[in-house]
Design a protein around this ligand. Structure first.
Ligand code: ADP
Ligand code: S3P
Length: 290
């Protein structure tokens, strides 16, 4: 029994590390997970092209999904094992939610392999991936903001302390993403520095809940560049013409939204920097079984 699912990456409107409220939007970089069920009770995983990367998250996603749903598939959970493989064009630990995309794709691929693809509401499948991320220690708040954007598509605003969706909207934006050639793991972020800027995060949440996503992003970007010690120069290079620009997640990527021609001009500036610049679009379709 085999399963396969594809999940999009996401960019940040509001980083949840300050208050637990976060907001993110799906973008068209993808992670695919394939899951083969076995009868040896063992779960292991491989990340294509990255033999040294940590597979704990996706293994935990498959384990939890099997533990909670093998019964409904008429199988003995203790005998069911899985071989997981992920294949991704989302740079890892770059602030573009590679962990949420890998978790969502693995949970849905495992449900697909169990022939239970439609048995679970998408938002509950997403909560299973968030639980796995907490168990694997790859997140601070659980990152339900990023996970829900990747699972549902569009932009979401969430309470990561309660894993509750506060808002979900389909959006059709162009997005420019700049990724410097370094990594920044969420689990290593300076959380107490982020907590000091909570009043700014409250303002960002108000703007986002009012549908003023671009301004929300920009305030978020300046505040979190300050708290996490990233340069605001790429943001200043994108202003004032973009609709919004921010550090994405805990960095090091930056993401700007706006009309395509404006973003092309910003792209000319950002490509002079070391790293990769990609002109993308938002995604409305979220994580899909294939
Ligand atoms: N393609 C993948 N397959 C399996 N696990 C992945 C994949 N991409 C990311 N991860 C997991 O997510 C962790 C990185 O998470 P994090 O630091 O939050 O970065 P990001 O901002 O990209 O989500 C990795 O250490 C790994 O455990
Ligand atoms: O681990 C976490 O709880 C979070 C990590 C950050 O994202 P990245 O994983 O992209 O750095 C942040 O934007 C998100 O709101 C919450």
């Amino acid at each position: 029994m085999d399963g396969r699912a594809v999940a999009p990456a996401a960019g940040t409107v509001l980083n949840a590390l300050a208050t637990g409220t976060g907001s993110a939007f799906a973008i068209d970089l993808e992670t695919t997970a394939t899951v083969k069920l076995t009868d040896d009770g063992e779960v292991d995983a491989e990340i294509a092209g990255q033999p040294d990367a940590d597979t704990t998250l996706v293994e935990r996603c498959a384990e939890l999904t099997i533990a909670e749903h093998a019964d409904a598939a008429g199988l003995d959970e203790t005998a069911v094992g899985a071989r997981v493989e992920t294949n991704s064009d989302v740079p890892m630990a770059s602030g573009l939610k590679s962990s949420s995309a890998a978790a969502n794709a693995t949970v849905l691929a495992t449900l697909d392999a169990l022939e239970l693809g439609d048995a679970l509401e998408r938002i509950d499948a997403c909560r299973l991936g968030v639980q796995a991320a907490r168990d694997a220690g790859v997140t601070v708040t659980g990152a339900f903001d990023d996970a829900s954007a990747s699972m549902l598509g569009g932009v979401t605003i969430t309470d990561n302390m309660a894993d509750e969706l506060l808002a979900h909207e389909e959006v059709d934006w162009h997005a420019l993403v700049y990724t410097p050639p370094e990594q920044s793991f969420s689990a290593d972020a300076d959380v107490s520095a982020c907590e000091r800027i909570a009043p700014m995060a409250d303002l960002v949440a108000e703007l986002a809940l009012d549908g003023r996503y671009g301004e929300a992003m920009t305030v978020n970007g300046f505040a979190f560049c300050g708290a996490l010690g990233f340069s605001a120069d790429p943001m200043v290079e994108a202003l004032p013409d973009v609709d919004g620009v921010s550090l994405s997640g805990t960095g090091p990527s930056y993401v700007a939204v706006g009309d395509r021609r404006t973003l092309e001009t910003v792209q000319d500036r950002w490509t002079e920097r070391d790293g990769t610049t990609r002109l993308l679009q938002t995604r409305t379709d979220g994580t899909q079984i294939q």
